[in-house]
Structures are given as C-alpha cells and as structure tokens.
Design a protein around this ligand. Structure first.
Ligand SMILES: Nc1ncnc2c1ncn2[C@@H]1O[C@H](COP(=O)(O)OP(=O)(O)OP(=O)(O)O)[C@@H](O)[C@H]1O
Ligand SMILES: [Mg+2]
Length: 575
C-alpha cells in the first residue's frame, strides 16, 4: 500500500527530503541550547563573569536564530510536499475513476468515491505533513536529547529510560482500540455523502412528494452515527494527553529529588540540573508528539487503505493486447449471448440471445419494463461485457476493438441521459470537440431540436443548468440525440430517447434519420408501437429472451403480444 501511494509523490520528492533535513538541523540547534544555558549559568552567572555572559549569550542567540530559520524552512517544505502529494493523489485517483466501467462504479458507489476523493485525501495530506516533519523531529530529538542528558549526568538520565516503556505500552493500547472505530467512521461518511448527494440531486422529487421531514430524519440518523462513533474514538485518544502529563511530571519530580541530593554532595552544578529539566521536557515532549503522529497515522491508515483500493482497482473492461482500430460497418450480431450484472445473480438478465442486424437497418426493440431492453443494447458499445456468447460489431467481437474506437462508432443515448452545465453548444460538442457551428446546426435539425433552440433568446449559446433542469424533458431528449449524432456514428442506439417527445416530432425525427443518415444502423427502443412500426425488423423482448422477431406485418400475424400492444395503443384497446 505504501509503495502504491508513494508513487504519487513524484516531483515533490525533493521537498519531501528537504523538510526532514531542515528539521534535523533545527533539532540539533534546539538540543544544544540547554547545554549552552548550563554553561552560561555555571561559568557566567554563578561566577559573576560579565565577559563570559556576553560571549556565551551571543552564541546562545545565534543558536536560537539558526533554529528558527531551519524551523521555518522545514515547515515551508513540509507544506509544499504534503499539498503537492495530495494534489497528485487526487489527480491519479480521478484519472483512475475515469477508466472505470459501470460495473466498477457500481461496486464502490459514487458517494463513496466522492468521500475518498475529498475527506480521505485531506486526512492523508495531514498525515504526510506530520510524517515528513514531526515524525522525523521526534526520534531525532529523542536520540540527541538522550545523548546530551547522559553526557551531563548518566545516573539521572536513567530516570527517562524508565518512563519510556510505560508510555509505550499505554500508547500501543490506545492505538489498537482506536483504529477499528476510525474505520467505521469513514464508512459512515460514505453514507452521509450518499444521503446528501441523493437529496440534492432529487430535490424536485423530494419537494413534490413532501418528503423533507423524512429526508431530514435520514440525515439526522447518519449524522448522529458519525457523532457517536467519532466521540468514541476521541474518548480513547483522550487518554493520550493525561498519560503524557503523568509521565512528564513524574520525571521532573524524580529529577528534582535526585538532582537536589547530587547538588548537595557537590556531584552536580545548578546549570547542569537546569539543563536536565530542559532535556526532560524535550524528551517527553517529543515522545508525546510521536504519539500524536501515531494517532494521525492511525486515522489516516483507514483513509490510505480506501485510496489504495481505488488506485488498485482494475477496470473490468480492458483493451485487448492487439486491439482493432477500424470498425468496418454498422452490422451487429449476437450469438448465444448470456448476461448477468453480477456473479451472484440467480437468473441471467439476458438468456441465450441470438440475432443479426444488417448495416444500415433500422431495428425496433419493444418489451415490458424490466424485460432487459437496456441491458441488451448496453452490450453493443461494451458498457458491460457479456457473461457468455459473443457480440460482434462489423463482424468483429466487441472485446477485440480498442474501446474508444468502438464507442466512437457506436453512439448511444442512454435512458438516463444527462446534460452538463454549460451552453447548448458546449453540451453538443461533447460528441465531437472539433465540430463547427454548421455541424452542430445540422445534427440539431436532424434531432428536431433546431426549432426550439432558435426560439431561445440566446439560441445556441443558451446556458443549460446542471442536469438540464432549465429545459423540458422532451427538449432535453432531443439535445441528447443531437449530441449522439455529432460523432457520425456507424450505429446509433436510442434507449427510450423519444418517450417525452410528442408523436409528431417523434415521426419527424425518424423520417430525418431515414433520409439523412441511411447508412447508419439505427436501434430504437420504444414503448410506443408507432415509434418502431416501420423498422426493418422489430424485436420483442420478454423476461430477457427474444419472444419474436419480424416486420410489423409479420408480427401482426404471428405474435400475440405484439397484436395486443398494437390494438391497445392504436385503437384505445377496444379489441
Ligand atoms: N446496473 C444494474 N445492476 C443490477 N441489475 C440491474 C442493473 N440494471 C438493470 N438491472 C436488472 O436487469 C433487469 C433488466 O433491466 P433493464 O434495465 O435492461 O430493463 P428494460 O427493459 O430496459 O426496462 P425499462 O423499459 O424499464 O427501461 C431488471 O431486472 C433490472 O433489475
Ligand atoms: Mg431500459
């Protein structure tokens, strides 16, 4: 895990090393100060030698100034290193997530990915700053101060050695119990994000169903869970401070006791005793800081694990080692295709599907809700991989294509389509960044969107709010179709994409398709028979298998389901 994460340090390696370097220099200066002080007291003050006081005092000031400068430098580099590391990590994670398939995203859930990209990274950033600065400072300080203390009086220095194991055991006990609680808290942040995200995205639905109270309660529950568990974790960490204080004052008491005796027998000077107090503080403070670093590292270990999980996640869809970069034509073949969303599903969502679509044909797919229409077409641009059998586009297995090549050739308007904040032009350019204004107008005319766009005061520069909340459902659908057309795809898939468009406009769209893009294979999922009636072939799906297939007139003769649907829709169900 540490290897994986340290790859993100990259250009900040240098500052990550400079920070501990200056910390070490700072500590050396700090450790020298008490000894210089002792010297000042014994040789200057006690002897009343003003000359010596001036000389030693000057050295003291220099040491303090140097320590200050090194401290500032180490702080600056530590801040640069940790923020840079966090920025790199965020970038690496974000890029990784862009590669994720739908299945990968479903596995983590988008709210959890958001927490990992924000809260977890911040935790790690703080921990990293601690590591390059404080985690270096403490052991260096501990070692140097101990050496100096032993130098001054080795018997008295033994007092410190007895305090260290007591502290060590205490800190270990605290950490061991705190880690699992922190892990739990982070999982709860996921739930909190889920509640907030869902609520904000679905605000209109929440309001129209008057569910604010319910949503508030949901939020309160998650928030309270976080509160309870965080308190529990903090309660454990709380013992850290008193434990340290106990050890510190215990040491000072012991040193005073033994020190006083040593001074009385003339085996120690007052200056030396003073420096021992300073070293006691330095040693125990560095131990305390070290235990705080431990706390931070414990807290961030859970975060680090969650970040590594994302960085280590392999996309379930990967390019073949020798991918095909050319899609010959828009033909589609399914051969004994089985598909389930997860290994644990009992019955497959698609059951032994075989069909063949000629390039340039128009295919209609109808079937009840949940009959797997969307699941079937998602296999063509390889949004998911088949569980069994093969899907071919242009005669080549979709798994053999370069994914980008395939998705450029297969344009799909998803059932849950999405517009992004930006102008209409920006949104349509998603299909092709380099498209000219003329291209954009052409596809909007094809999708019957030109008319209403023209009527907006800002025309094609009209600003679309996030999620397309300021255009109507039918307008949004037509913009999504235009966007899909801009790629000049070989296969165009519309998954229930004209459901909110009136029948007249719907038929105009179909006529424009037939006239303007005759070579593109068009696969249209619809609830209305009129939307698929004049297709070259209509496929009726039922419970994940093909019930029947044929032209409108063939199906009228052979399929009961089709006939029933037709009469119920065309003649108000009188037959
Ligand atoms: N991402 C998913 N993960 C797990 N199961 C899913 C997922 N998407 C769909 N399903 C399941 O697959 C089955 C087929 O769903 P699908 O969306 O293909 O139906 P559909 O025919 O498109 O329905 P509709 O007309 O309502 O759009 C359903 O039982 C559904 O519960
Ligand atoms: Mg569907």
């Amino acid at each position: 895990m540490i290897n994986r994460l340290s790859k993100s340090i990259r250009q900040y390696r240098k500052v990550s090393l400079l920070a501990p370097f200056f910390v070490t220099l700072e500590v050396i200066m700090e450790v020298l100060v008490p000894t210089i002080m002792a010297y000042l007291i014994d040789n200057g003050i006690n002897k009343g030698d003003m000359n010596a006081i001036g000389r030693i005092g000057f050295i003291l000031i220099i040491a303090c100034i140097l320590s200050l400068i090194f401290g500032v430098l180490s702080g600056k580099y530590a801040a640069e290193a940790s923020t840079g590391f966090a920025a790199n990590l965020r970038k690496d994670m974000f890029y990784r997530v862009q590669d994720f398939s739908f299945a990968n995203i479903d596995k983590f859930s988008s709210s959890s990915i958001v927490t990992r990209l924000t809260t977890d990274i911040t935790n790690l950033q703080n921990a990293y700053q601690m590591i390059v600065r404080v985690a270096v400072r403490c052991p260096v300080m501990l070692v140097f101060a101990l050496i100096m203390a032993f130098n001054v009086n080795h018997k008295l220095a033994l007092v410190f050695l007895s305090a260290i194991p007591i502290l060590g055991v205490g800190i270990f006990f605290i950490m061991k119990n705190a880690h699992p609680v922190f892990e739990k808290v982070f999982k709860m942040y996921d739930s909190l994000n889920l509640v907030v995200q869902e609520n904000l995205r679905g605000m209109r639905v929440v309001k129209s169903f008057v569910r604010e109270d319910f949503e508030e309660k949901k939020f309160k529950n998650v928030s309270k869970d976080i509160y309870d568990n965080s308190t529990k974790a903090e309660k454990l960490l709380m013992f850290n401070m008193p434990l340290m204080q106990f050890a510190m004052y215990g040491c000072i008491l012991l040193i005073s006791w033994f020190g006083a005796k040593l001074i009385l027998t003339d085996s120690m000077t007052t200056g030396e005793l003073m420096s021992m107090f300073s070293y006691a503080t330095q040693i125990l403070m560095s131990l305390m800081m070290f235990s705080m670093v431990f706390v931070m590292v414990t807290m961030s270990r859970a975060s680090a694990e969650r970040i590594s999980e994302i960085l280590d996640e392999e996309s379930t869809l990967k390019n073949n080692s020798h991918p095909v970069f050319d899609v010959r034509d828009g033909s589609v073949d399914f051969e004994n295709v089985f598909f389930s969303y997860s290994d644990t599903d009992s019955a497959p969502v698609l059951n032994n599907i075989s069909l063949s679509i000629k390039s340039g044909d128009t295919i209609g797919i109808i079937g009840g809700t949940g009959s797997s229409k969307s699941s079937l077409v998602q296999l063509i641009p390889r949004l998911f991989d088949v569980t069994g059998g093969t899907v071919r586009v242009g005669g080549v297995d979709v798994r053999d294509y370069d994914i980008e090549t395939l998705r450029d050739a297969v344009s799909m308007v998803l059932q849950k389509n999405e517009l992004f904040s930006g102008t209409i032009k920006d949104n349509i350019r998603w299909g092709d960044e380099n498209a000219s204004d003329k291209d954009i107008e052409r596809v909007c005319k094809l999708a019957q969107a030109h008319e209403f766009i023209k009527d907006f005061p800002d025309g094609y520069d009209t600003y679309i709010e996030q999620g397309g909340s300021n255009v109507s459902g039918g307008q949004k659908q037509r913009l999504c179709i235009a966007r899909a057309l801009l790629k000049k795809p070989k296969i165009l898939i519309l998954d229930d994409s004209t459901s909110a468009v009136d029948t007249k406009t719907d038929s105009l769209i179909r006529r424009a398709f037939a006239e303007e893009i005759p070579d593109t294979t068009k696969i249209i999922i619809a609830q209305r028979i009129s939307s698929v009636q004049d297709s070259d072939k209509i496929i009726i799906l039922e419970n994940g298998h093909i019930d029947s297939m044929g032209t409108h007139s063939e199906l009228m003769e052979t399929s009961d389901i089709y006939r029933e649907l037709y009469y119920s829709q065309m003649k108000g169900g009188e037959e």
